[in-house]
Design a protein around this ligand. Sequence first.
Ligand SMILES: [Mg+2]
Length: 235
Amino acid sequence: MSQIKLITFDLDDTFWDIKSVIISAEKNSRAWLGSRVSKKINWGSFEDFMSIRQELIKDDPRLTYDLGLLRQKTICHHLKDHIHNHHELEQLVDEAYKFFLEERHKVVFFDQVLNTLEVLAKNYTLGVLTNGNADIHKLGIGHLFNFSISSIDVQNNKPDPAHFKAAKEISGIDFSQTLHVGDDPLCDIQGARNLGINTMWFNLNGLVWDADNNPPNEFNHWSEFIKLLSLHYEQ
Ligand SMILES: [Mg+2]
């Protein structure tokens, strides 16, 4: 009998690689937008892109946890010199954001993620805790989870306790009977540990745990997960 009743999962870099998806989504979105305006859009360097985002966040702190709105405001920043009609600008930003979101969901699941989740869904309550804006229903895996909590839902980012507390509230399952699985040492592992939640670190790149002298249970291939779960938590 397992002491774990609820398993929560991070999404980006835990179920799929996110960097390649975002790079491709960014590239395709820029090409799409380029075809919609008459003059060339000056996208600037990666540093410019990041500094525009920082400026926007400084003006509106909600953008730290609302990635969708941040994306829309960033697009608006690049288009405002090209389209002067406010309504037209709003409409194109909206369409461009929808295009980006479609692209952002073109993820490739890591090997064995899906069949592992299918097995787990039969025996555990499963939830998603993400700082990003991927939608499990858009990805066709919504039926495997009892709930999904994103930063916009709790107006905060992991490692803040808000995601974890919301999971407890929705499921009615204590932290001591919860296992959180994620790739990020701080946002996922430390954030969960701070509340007494059990953790399993998806450590694909073989990072060294240097936060303290108590490294978490870890795995680097989804085919190992169920075996490790049983080893560590089922007696
Ligand atoms: Mg992650």
